[in-house]
Design a protein around this ligand. Sequence first.
Ligand SMILES: Cc1cc2nc3c(=O)[nH]c(=O)nc-3n(C[C@H](O)[C@H](O)[C@H](O)COP(=O)(O)OP(=O)(O)OC[C@H]3O[C@@H](n4cnc5c(N)ncnc54)[C@H](O)[C@@H]3O)c2cc1C
Length: 421
Amino acid sequence: MVDADQTFVIVGGGLAGAKAAETLRAEGFTGRVILICDERDHPYERPPLSKGYLLGKEERDSVFVHEPAWYARHDVELHLGQTVDRVDRTAKTVRFGDDGTLVRYDKLLLATGAEPRRLDVPGTDLAGVHHLRRLAHAERLKGVLQHLGRDNGHLVIAGAGWIGLEVAAAAREYGAEVTVIEPAPTPLHGVLGPELGNVFAELHREHGVRFHFGVRLTEIVGQDGVVLAARTDDGEEHPAHAVLAAIGAAPRIALAEAAGLEIADRAHGGGIAVDERLRTSDPDIHAAGDAASFPLDLFDARLRVEHWANALNGGPAAARAMLGRDLAYDRVPYFFTDQYDLGMEYSGWAPPGTYDEVVIRGDAGKREFIAFWVREGRVLAGMNVNVWDVTEHIQNLIRSRAGVNVEALSDPHVPLDSLVP
Ligand SMILES: Cc1cc2nc3c(=O)[nH]c(=O)nc-3n(C[C@H](O)[C@H](O)[C@H](O)COP(=O)(O)OP(=O)(O)OC[C@H]3O[C@@H](n4cnc5c(N)ncnc54)[C@H](O)[C@@H]3O)c2cc1C
């Protein structure tokens, strides 16, 4: 039974928003919960969009966070296909929908996520240029990959980040020709550094993907909406029947910015600045998921984490904070990927420039190993590739902040948990 004394509004029906709504009810909140999302689909998880769903191995129904009836059953008022275009912090209202409906909030959660960055080159508006964020994008891209596979067609992917590589793997499985264009010297350079990026380059090369590193896409050549080729700044022209722009995502902060909330420095990934309780500069407004930038003492840094686990855990953490629970959000960042027969999990945070060395435990050549990014003997991050059930130990090592014996760390015969002080 809902008592209308208190109204909590959630803007954004991705994983963070849907999990926040679930947590409010699980924690016994009896006020109104209103979830507003500009997408027409019920809240869903995005990882399958570049993996199982794109490959046709996972059903559409399997991607949803809750079954549709869940929302009414838990008295969550769902407004789909409705954009929130204003937050009035003085009146404590949000405005949404074509008719400008106003709803008053006691607490507000901004879980607005991120949106794909667009290529700023001639030809970017051709119909054959794709992005991948939404279910509808994945549906369209699946059709494109099927066609390319059947007709020996060429897909050019701009960007060798996670989504670019996962789509490259899917496209090869469909039989399409794949060329990846990346300005950095290795794939995933900003996350893994050069040492481990090469493991992914080799994996894809073995599956027939062509890479062009150190070059930028300068033009997509086309006619009547149809993509014909992609040009790069080294003067080359690459055959292309479709292009995927996979050049990263930008946090959706316009609403927060217009409401005068503090925004994090772009150098730290931008995003809506929150404290360790995921509270924005307005104590009645929280933010979580891809849109939020939060401080993490463990790394003495402010981070914006664009990963599934951060939405899964951050949404509930924000919900608890909205209920006044005094708990800091201090999860070790975590993400995963699947490409061909490689499965990997990464915990921690160690972009280039923050670590001294990469320590390998196992056989990187066979792609069955754990890599540790280490600074002054302290483990900052760990990535297990085709090695399982070690995430807890890796995260404990990171959390301990203790110096470890690098020789023991690299020795698969020394149990990992014995290294945690
Ligand atoms: C193709 C793909 C594959 C991925 N694979 C992995 C993976 O393998 N591993 C991993 O760890 N992570 C992965 N991720 C990242 C992960 O999916 C995201 O981190 C996660 O979706 C973030 O959830 P969120 O709820 O913060 O934001 P989102 O999922 O982006 O949800 C935000 C929602 O808010 C809506 N919205 C925004 N502004 C408004 C507004 N003003 N009014 C109304 N609605 C609004 C948006 O349209 C969207 O529906 C992947 C992402 C993509 C796109």
